[in-house]
Design a protein around this ligand. Structure first.
Ligand code: C2E
Ligand code: SIN
Ligand code: SIN
Ligand code: FE
Ligand code: FE
Length: 510
């Protein structure tokens, strides 16, 4: 057999080996496969007949990168191509630097593979560096956009788009399984009426439901010869379609059986129908869609995990803020109002919605350092001595020191706010004595919000001020204590500010 026709496929996943073999055999190559690097290396040593090597990266026994390194010693003319998922894309890039000629992204599409092979063959004849560079740049562009998907909605849209593209279909949908596992909701669709979005269907009476319950993909060549399926059909009027489950990775807890029915194993179902060329779906389409579904399930879980972590962070921030207020016998409404005032001011100052939202979430922690102030001073029912006030002043730096170690966006913003909310625009504040725009915009904003609110409520050491008196102080301190621009913004926003004050009133005294 001519040397040029032999390709070796190495992957620990049997479905990948089969799929690649199918594709490459159809293209007229002779395909050999191995489940790991060690076995592959044996085969390469045994017969130096392979011209292209497709290898997975992460495999037991010997990983793809080591395999490439070793294989090139034995067979320098062998052209290695790495097969990678999004998860290991960085490693794949490293592999390209280490001598892999190229990489292909899982889930595969036929033309990508064909292209990779024909390029590899050309490479082994011509060594065309420029063409290779060009192609890799193109791949980089695609993958970058995938890695940046942070929202569930965008991810689902992307997955459906990719699925339709890979199998050349024109209609499809993604249905999300509800938390209790009883219903499915149409999350995104292509080629279906928009008004069906968010429609819920019962697991018992739909094709997607069957797929979710059985944890089985379904390939139907002709719905007319499949009466059972026909009866379950929901919106799928085409003759041929594929439905695949997006399956959660099994966790140890599932294997104990205790939780088995509590958390649904299938988190979503991907449906596609209507081939562009009017043909019916094949087993290969099913395999491709199963791989897409695998990756999509992992990505979906990641996005949700990230969201849960952020929710938890937000909750923690508020809880900490409330603890502070309790310690100093203030109400939790103070931090809520300061948070809302700060967001209004941030938006009016021209900050982005994202920054304003970070500020809203971080500002309740401005006084977190007060937890380190002795009770006798913090809750002293009267004027502080200068010495006592010096001790109170340490709360800004203490808050900063508590929060600065966190890497999260919200907590880092909170650290800056804790440190700088008592700086004064003219430079006479504490702890650093910063001046003007050297004070972080978050600090300048929270300063205005905090003083406005502190003056309006009763504290152990003071009565609540009348609104007019408060506003007079802001006019007087414009450009002194406060950033003049923010004071202007504050007066411009006074209606919104007062509305917030009414929405979160202090509880009546007992
Ligand atoms: P806080 O009660 O949250 O007050 C925040 C800021 O609002 C104060 O920062 C101050 O700029 C402004 N503010 C509050 N009440 C008044 C007031 O009656 N008159 C004026 N002109 N401004 C007021 P400041 O001064 O740096 O104080 C920081 C923290 O020190 C206060 O936070 C409070 O916890 C404590 N503190 C300040 N003065 C006294 C006091 O006389 N007695 C007690 N027990 N604590 C005090
Ligand atoms: C790999 O097994 O090397 C890649 C994992 C994946 O498919 O994301
Ligand atoms: C976030 O910034 O979105 C999360 C906050 C954190 O991780 O501390
Ligand atoms: Fe403070
Ligand atoms: Fe405060």
């Amino acid at each position: 057999m001519p040397k040029e026709d032999c390709i070796l496929v190495v992957d620990d996943e049997v479905v990948i080996r089969e799929l690649m073999s199918d594709i490459l055999t159809d293209e007229g190559f002779t395909v050999f496969s191995a489940p790991n690097g060690r076995k592959a290396l044996e085969m390469i040593r045994e017969t130096n007949k392979f011209v292209v090597l497709f290898t997975d990266i992460m495999m037991p026994e010997m990983d793809g990168i080591e395999l490439i390194r070793e294989a090139r010693k034995v067979a320098p003319s062998l052209v290695p191509i790495v097969m990678t998922g999004y998860a290991t894309l960085e490693t794949a890039r490293a592999a390209v630097k280490e001598g892999a000629y190229d990489y292909v992204l899982k889930p595969f599409n036929l033309s990508e593979i064909k292209m990779a092979v024909s390029n590899a063959l050309e490479r082994s004849r011509l060594s065309n560096e420029n063409a290779r560079l060009l192609e890799i740049t193109e791949l980089f562009n695609i993958s970058e956009s995938i890695a940046s998907i942070r929202s569930e909605e965008k991810l689902l849209e992307f997955v459906l788009g990719a699925a339709l593209e890979k199998v050349q279909a024109t209609r499809g949908s993604l249905m999300l399984v509800s938390a209790d596992g009883r219903t499915l909701e149409l999350a995104t669709c292509t080629g279906l009426p928009e008004n069906l979005l968010r429609t819920k269907v019962d697991l018992e009476s739909s094709i997607s439901g069957w797929v979710a319950k059985q944890v089985q993909p379904l390939l139907v060549q002709d719905i007319r010869t499949n009466p059972t399926v026909d009866k379950m059909s929901w919106q799928l009027t085409e003759n041929s379609f594929v439905s695949v489950p997006l399956e959660r990775k099994a966790s140890p807890i599932d294997e104990t059986n205790i939780m088995e029915s509590a958390i649904p194993r299938v988190i979503a179902v991907l449906n596609v129908t209507e081939k562009r060329d009017g043909t019916t779906f094949t087993e290969r389409d099913l395999k491709i869609l199963s791989i897409v579904a695998n990756h999509a399930a992992a990505a979906l879980e990641n996005v949700r995990l990230l969201r849960d972590v952020e929710d938890a962070q937000r909750e923690m921030v508020f809880t900490l803020g409330e603890i502070v207020e309790t310690r100093s016998r203030e109400t939790g409404y103070h931090v809520k109002r300061v948070a809302e005032y700060s967001k209004v001011l941030a938006l009016k100052c021209g900050l982005s919605l994202a920054d304003a939202e970070v500020l809203r979430m971080a500002s309740p922690l401005h006084d977190v350092g007060k937890v380190g102030i002795p009770d006798a001073i913090l809750n002293k029912p009267g004027k502080l001595t200068p010495e006592e006030f010096e001790i109170i002043k340490t709360h800004s730096q203490m808050g900063y020191d508590m929060l600065k170690v966190s890497k999260g966006r919200i907590l880092q913003a909170a650290a800056i706010i804790a440190q700088q909310h008592h700086e004064k625009f003219e430079g006479s504040g504490y702890p650093l004595g910063l001046k003007g725009k050297d004070i972080h915009i978050f600090g300048r904003i929270v300063c205005v919000a905090d003083v406005f609110d502190a003056l309006g409520v009763k504290r152990v050491y003071k009565e609540a001020w009348e609104l007019d008196r408060i506003l007079d102080l802001f006019k007087q301190e414009r450009g002194k204590h406060f950033d003049p621009e923010i004071v202007d913004v504050f007066f411009d926003s006074i209606e919104d500010i007062l509305q917030i004050r009414t929405a979160f009133p202090e509880p009546l005294e007992d």
